[in-house]
Design a protein around this ligand. Structure first.
Ligand code: CTP
Length: 396
């Protein structure tokens, strides 16, 4: 479930090869419960047909400023009223130039000018067109006008070149649309998040790890970013792609995670420790691959530093949030852990249900008691956690 459910999205397509991604975006939006209206420029219709977009959106597609189907013959006004957002994807260099100048010579540009809602544009073009000073000048103007520019990404281009100008993937644009509906509860705050497992080397090819996927920590980082915070994500080894628009620091061992956090914590307003940090590491990591013997061997372990505990007891500590992964006696253990770590807020979950899954269930413990967050996708829980943190943050 996302905040896109029930939203009215006007999806505009201008001309570009990336128009095929708009088909997938439409599917994602309608699946999430949005009402999607599609408007296409003449050039867009050369890349993908209105029939495809009509079938996927479940609504007639509009291409003509003079559409006689619209009762008052004012398609530009009719379509832009009542929308929660207009998303132009792909937004060609030409279309961005029109938007920047306020030109309105077709249906899409006219309804963008006549809009009352937010406007998001996902540029798609060749790298030279993207880098051209005229395009960059237009983008600066569009940002100043409050238009959200989504991407683009760098990579292989349809023209055979490689560089900046590829339109974001449908899934990424979907996430940006979802993000634009989030309240800016942490605007101006700096949030430091740890996520994922740690890896404690035994020798050059082996080590001690755990089954944390990093999904909860990444969801928390994304939710904090969507709430307007500047986010740094210190991540143990995971297969996940970093959410866009935040700083990601990759680490491997608990000691590296500790060092990365300590180097950045002084600037943080909020610290959220979601990582499943190994409590111990091998006393000695061999510099070569251990050879097999016949007898038993003993692995000697020494404690790792407690990152959350250290941050929470600093002078001028940020607002600290811990996660407790328990396998039994969840409530008693979590509450005791909160007191031991001296953190104002602790989110507890059952490790056997949480690790690796897309859904989770949390109980938050703070000075006021316990607050249950029922089973839901991790991003939904992460948003609820961020809202709870925003409520508890000291007002300046
Ligand atoms: N944590 C940490 N540094 C460590 C161990 C844990 O920062 N060396 C943080 C985790 O990121 C989490 C919280 O402390 O926010 C609790 O982690 P958890 O593994 O549940 O607790 P431990 O303190 O390790 O206690 P135990 O393993 O005995 O339950």
């Amino acid at each position: 479930m996302t905040d896109i459910q029930g939203k009215r999205i006007l999806l505009g397509l201008s001309g570009g090869i990336a128009a095929y991604k708009a088909a997938e975006l439409t599917r994602l939006l309608t699946q999430a419960g949005a009402e999607v209206r599609v408007v296409m420029t003449e050039a867009a219709c050369r890349f993908i047909t209105p029939v495809t977009m009509q079938a996927l959106s479940g609504n007639p597609v509009h291409t003509d400023l003079w559409d006689a189907r619209v009762s008052n013959n004012m398609a530009h006004i009719e379509l832009s009223r009542g929308c929660d957002a207009i998303v132009v994807a792909p937004a060609s260099a030409d279309f961005l130039a029109k938007l920047a100048l306020g030109l309105c010579d077709d249906l899409l540009s006219t309804l963008c000018l006549a809009r009352e809602c937010r406007l998001l544009a996902a540029p798609a073009m060749n790298l030279q067109m993207w880098g051209n000073p005229a395009t960059q000048r237009n983008l600066k103007q569009l940002r100043a006008d409050g238009i959200a520019i989504l991407g683009p990404a760098s990579g292989d281009q349809a023209c055979g070149e490689v560089g900046m100008g590829r339109m974001l993937e449908a899934e990424e644009i979907f996430e940006e649309i979802d993000a634009c509906f989030q309240p800016r509860l942490l605007a101006g705050k700096r949030v430091l998040v740890t996520a994922g497992p740690t890896f404690e080397p035994i020798d050059t090819v082996r080590g001690i790890a755990n089954t944390s996927s990093g999904k909860m920590g990444y969801a928390v980082a994304r939710a904090a970013r969507d709430a307007g915070a500047a986010v740094t994500l210190v991540s143990g080894p995971t297969a996940l792609a970093a959410p866009r628009g935040l700083e990601r620091i990759d680490v491997s061992s608990a000691q590296q995670m500790y060092d990365a956090v300590m180097a950045r914590v002084a600037k943080a307003d909020v610290f959220i420790g979601v990582a499943a940090v190994a409590d111990y590491r091998p006393t000695e990591a061999k510099g070569h691959k251990l050879k097999k013997g016949t007898g038993e061997i003993t692995l000697q372990l020494r404690p790792n530093p407690d990152i959350l505990g250290t941050v929470a007891t600093r002078r001028n500590a940020p607002f600290c949030v811990g996660f407790a992964a328990e396998t039994e006696n969840l409530e008693a253990n979590a509450d005791a852990k909160r007191r031991r770590k001296k953190v104002p807020l602790l989110a507890a979950n059952l490790a056997q249900h949480a690790f690796g899954a897309d859904d989770n269930q949390l109980i938050l413990f703070d000075d006021q008691g316990r607050h249950e967050l029922p089973r839901a996708p991790k991003i939904v829980l992460a948003r609820a956690l961020i809202a709870h943190i925003a409520k508890l943050l000291p007002k300046k």
